[in-house]
Design a protein around this ligand. Structure first.
Ligand SMILES: *[C@@H]1O[C@H](CO)[C@@H](O)[C@H](O)[C@H]1NC(C)=O
Ligand SMILES: *[C@@H]1O[C@H](CO)[C@@H](O)[C@H](O)[C@H]1NC(C)=O
Ligand SMILES: *[C@@H]1O[C@H](CO)[C@@H](O)[C@H](O)[C@H]1NC(C)=O
Ligand SMILES: *[C@@H]1O[C@H](CO)[C@@H](O)[C@H](O)[C@H]1NC(C)=O
Ligand SMILES: *[C@@H]1O[C@H](CO)[C@@H](O)[C@H](O)[C@H]1NC(C)=O
Ligand SMILES: *[C@@H]1O[C@H](CO)[C@@H](O)[C@H](O)[C@H]1NC(C)=O
Ligand SMILES: [Zn+2]
Length: 567
């Protein structure tokens, strides 16, 4: 994700997070008029089985089969999801996320797709945790796989999160609707019931129903379109790679596109409202160049057959890196050679560089939890500079890097700052993590580290990190381990990407007189807030160095002002 241009303080809707006991917040929904032969199971006096904000770990989703039927006239959607789950402890309950969805039916099937119960199962809601619990009268056994099937409906969201309605106005003054998604960090649960945490990675097979005057897009390409009746088509998308829920995306609109192919055969398309089609060509050129650059830099193929970039008329943030379907504000993607400025050109180039970097940093390898969102955002911000410098050297992007760092220093020189890695549990805290500290300080710490380690060691270290944790999740420590001089731990057989960090070791010897402990060094940057202020004084032939925390609010007249020591 990239925040809005020039917007320093992001303002989010104030949400009251009630920390009330689950007992009082639960409510039992009886499935209304269940269809077929199944009658609702008596839900008796069941109480919500789970009290924590994070989901239990013993039910792991493997594959979602998702069908969505949005209606751009009624501005609502219906859907079904069948989730293949791996049960790792005996239980009668499946607890997952859902927010604002009306659940009309829930059943559980065994691995042969036979119903476990001949009745529709009770669904309990815990709205303060955005969770639902589905009760199976028959115990789900450890080591078995099941299918959870849920039917649901909701209005298309107002606002910019979940599955929401957007509009644009044609030059004839006609208002047209489209339906688009934005899930990061915790809004996939507004579009379909899911295990909405970044480490629950799964495959997604999406189908979308639409009327013939619209098109639909999702992470993967359409593999089949079925005519259901004269006014209704169903697009079936190829199954996705294994990924987190926040990266799922789907759009129904009447946009037009331009396409090109990268040197490795990835189809790149830019979508925009029909009348803005003329402004898509610059983005197409940038996206093709960037994908080529990243495939070479990371030495890992972009794993999807296509990458769509789409300009959404109503969009909260600057852009979002949904895998294979990145979404942008119009001003972050469209470029009109006649009226746009050089600074618009730089902005569009950097935003595309950022979102396409995420296809590796974030999508392929994802932070284990939102406390380490800097592993996504710090890297994507830093890769903006590396990729634009390599692909568009005439834009001289490196001249702006210092500004990025000064913004971080400015923020970090207030006591109200936070460490790069900070705890974040509820959705409000998680959204607050998308700030200058994760983006700019993260990028600048990486910049410093790259100079310390040398460009070659840095690059081979991040390639090692991306390969080792592909389709998985990582912590800070995993990055430090990959960047350290740990060839022996490397699981490569080739050794091709395993440089010995001679320069880094030399730096470390000069610096500390002992072997480099990268974790110890980097923890001081990621686990504590603030920027060091180093004061150098000269006394005769000697220089004295002293380090203090740099606080903008402390003035030389304050007693806290670091007194430069003599001696
Ligand atoms: C639910 O609990 C109440 C009192 O706690 C009891 O009167 C009622 O019979 C219970 N209902 C069922 C279905 O067990
Ligand atoms: C399964 O249950 C056991 C015993 O209650 C517990 O120790 C273990 O952590 C559970 N496993 C998971 C994945 O929750
Ligand atoms: C949307 O709803 C209207 C009114 O009910 C109906 O005529 C139209 O066919 C629906 N469109 C789709 C795509 O289902
Ligand atoms: C998910 O997709 C991967 C390929 O990307 C495949 O290897 C795996 O078997 C799929 N898993 C499921 C549960 O469909
Ligand atoms: C700085 O913030 C910490 C909490 O993060 C607080 O304990 C401390 O008192 C603050 N210091 C000043 C000088 O305000
Ligand atoms: C490196 O530093 C970390 C954090 O201070 C420490 O836990 C670890 O044991 C150190 N490793 C070595 C090899 O000294
Ligand atoms: Zn981002």
């Amino acid at each position: 994700m990239i925040p809005v241009r020039l917007l320093v303080v992001l303002v989010f809707k104030v949400c009251l997070v009630r920390s009330q006991p689950t007992q009082s917040s639960q409510q039992v929904t009886s499935p209304p008029n269940p269809t077929g032969e199944q009658s609702p199971l008596d839900d008796g006096n069941l109480s919500f089985p789970w009290s924590r904000l994070r989901l239990p770990r013993y039910i792991v989703p493997l594959h979602y089969r998702l069908l969505l039927h949005p209606n751009l006239t009624t501005l609502s959607f219906t859907g079904t999801v069948q989730i293949q789950i791996d049960v790792q402890n005996n239980t009668n309950w499946v607890v997952l996320h859902s927010k604002g969805l009306q659940i009309s039916k829930a059943t559980i099937l065994d691995h042969n797709l036979a119903h476990l119960s001949d009745q529709v199962l009770p669904v309990l809601h815990n709205p303060s945790h955005e969770q639902i619990g589905i009760f199976s009268p028959k115990v789900l056994s450890s080591g078995q796989k099941y299918f959870l099937y849920i039917e649901f409906e909701a209005a298309l969201a107002e606002g910019f999160y979940g599955f929401y309605k957007s509009t644009y106005i044609t030059s004839e003054g006609e208002t047209r609707n489209l339906a688009s998604t934005h899930f990061e960090p915790t809004s996939a649960r507004m579009a379909f019931p899911c295990f909405d945490e970044p480490s629950f990675k799964a495959n997604f097979s999406v189908r979308i129903r639409r009327s013939p005057e619209y098109i639909s897009l999702s992470n993967m390409p359409v593999i089949k379109t079925t005519q259901l009746n004269r006014n209704l088509l169903e697009d079936q998308f190829a199954p996705s790679v294994t990924m987190s829920t926040y990266l799922v995306a789907f759009i129904v609109c009447d946009f037009k596109s331009v396409s090109a192919t990268t040197s490795s055969g990835v189809k790149v398309s830019i979508y925009a409202a029909p009348e803005k089609w003329m402004q898509t060509h610059y983005a197409l050129e940038v996206a093709v160049k960037m994908l080529d650059f990243y495939e070479e830099y990371f030495n890992i193929r972009y794993p999807l057959p296509k990458q769509d970039l789409i300009a959404i008329p109503d969009f909260q943030v600057g852009a979002m890196e949904n895998w294979g379907l990145t979404t942008y504000r119009e001003t972050s993607l469209l470029y009109d050679p006649l009226t746009s400025s050089i600074s618009d050109e730089l902005w569009v180039t950097m935003v595309i560089g950022h979102e396409l970097a995420h296809q590796w940093f974030g999508n392929l390898v994802t932070m284990d939890w939102w406390n380490d969102i800097w592993l996504n955002e710090g890297f994507a911000r830093y890769m903006e500079y590396i990729s634009v410098e390599a692909t568009y050297p005439e834009l001289k992007v490196e001249e702006y890097l210092l500004h990025t760092c000064f913004v971080a220093v400015g923020h970090d020189s207030l006591n109200s700052s936070r460490p790069i890695s900070s705890p974040a549990e509820n959705p409000t805290q998680i959204k607050e993590m998308f700030d200058t500290v994760s983006y700019n300080k993260g990028a600048c710490v990486l910049h410093m580290l790259r100079h310390f380690l040398t460009k070659e060691v840095f690059q081979s270290g991040i390639v090692r990190y991306l390969r080792k944790y592909s389709y998985g999740n990582a912590h800070n420590q995993d990055l430090w381990d990959s960047l350290s001089n740990t060839c022996s731990e490397d699981d490569f057989t080739s050794g091709k990407h395993c440089y010995s960090s001679d320069q880094a070791s030399k730096n470390a010897y000069l610096f500390a007189g002992e072997h480099l402990n990268l974790t110890a060094m980097m923890n001081t940057w990621t686990l504590q807030k603030g920027i060091p202020l180093v004061t150098v004084t000269r006394k005769g032939p000697r220089l004295l160095l002293r380090q203090d925390r740099f606080l903008r609010t402390v003035l030389p007249s304050d007693p806290q002002w670091p007194a430069v020591q003599q001696g």
